[in-house]
Design a protein around this ligand. Structure first.
Ligand code: 76R
Length: 247
């Protein structure tokens, strides 16, 4: 058996993709629309207070295309807080308008392939900021789930650890060149959701995301060992702009 890589876990993540039920919205009068809008703004104000107190972070995005209308992204220390976020929304006056399109539950993960020494998040502010990520104010987000392949000779999990580490090093070097333009948050979901990892990429310019993902396709870790799920692309909304969608 080859040796598993140790991982560090941080905040839990819920990527909650919602569809706006426009038929239902059409059937509401102005007062009911207003109620739904202010319920949603109240919820977002609560998320914003958590973020201001470093007890979590959040981002709201308008999703392009048919797969969803909104992405409500929340990071929290406890999965119960994420469960509460879901049910508060569902029970609020906005709940009936926002049906579920997709969701992904995972936990921020750093692997120790490239770590030197024994990482200690309490003594290392950089590590802490990676494990408890702030959502950047950047315009675009891209989310997709992925697996590492287990097929014949291309079985990631049967490779010796050193070989995996060398490949991850090459992966990291490509990524590093996008350091100023793309922030990646890798969340692990082994045993938690349908895929093994969630990939969340933030950038101001979505072309930077496209170029990074394309370049990585040629790198062995992705070219030989990665299988990808659906891709979701979102543009950042202020809570007010989200509310405006329902006004
Ligand atoms: O965390 C670090 O910065 C150290 C180096 C590093 C690791 C360990 C790193 C860097 N990644 C790591 C782990 Mn990554 N990453 C992806 C994808 O679309 C694709 O081809 C793959 C999706 C992208 C785009 C990306 C970007 N990375 C991982 C893991 C866990 C694997 C495991 O443990 O087996 C996955 C699934 C994954 C996937 N990676 C970077 C980036 C970028 C941009 C960086 C550089 C970060 C920086 O230096 O700022």
């Amino acid at each position: 058996m080859s040796e598993a890589v140790e991982t560090l876990e941080g905040w839990y993540a819920l990527h909650d993709f919602r569809r706006i039920d426009w038929a239902h919205w059409q059937s509401l009068d102005a007062r009911a629309r207003q109620q739904a809008r202010s319920a949603l703004l109240d919820l977002a104000a609560g998320w914003s207070r958590q973020a201001a107190g470093d007890r979590g972070s959040y981002g709201i995005y308008q999703v392009l295309g048919h797969k969803a209308d909104l992405l409500l992204l929340n990071f929290r220390a406890d999965p119960g807080e994420l469960a509460a976020i879901e049910s508060e929304l569902d029970r609020s006056p906005a709940g009936a308008l926002l049906t579920r399109a997709y969701s992904y539950f995972s936990v921020v993960e750093l692997s120790k392939y490239l770590a030197r020494g024994e990482p200690n998040p309490d003594a290392n502010p950089y590590l802490k900021s990676r494990l408890q990520p702030a959502v950047p104010p950047w315009r675009t987000v891209c989310f997709y789930p992925m697996n590492k392949r287990r097929a014949g000779a291309d079985n990631w999990y049967m490779l010796p650890r050193e070989q995996r580490r060398d490949m991850m090093k090459s992966h990291g070097l490509i990524g590093q060149r996008y350091h100023d333009r793309v922030i990646q948050v890798i969340t692990g979901s082994q045993g938690l959701d349908d895929w093994e990892w969630g990939v969340t990429l933030f950038a101001d310019d979505l072309v930077a995301i496209k170029k990074l993902v394309y370049e990585m396709r040629f790198d062995e870790v992705s070219a030989r060992f990665a299988d990808f799920g659906p891709f979701y692309l979102g543009l950042k909304l202020t809570p007010e702009a989200m509310g405006q969608l329902l006004a």
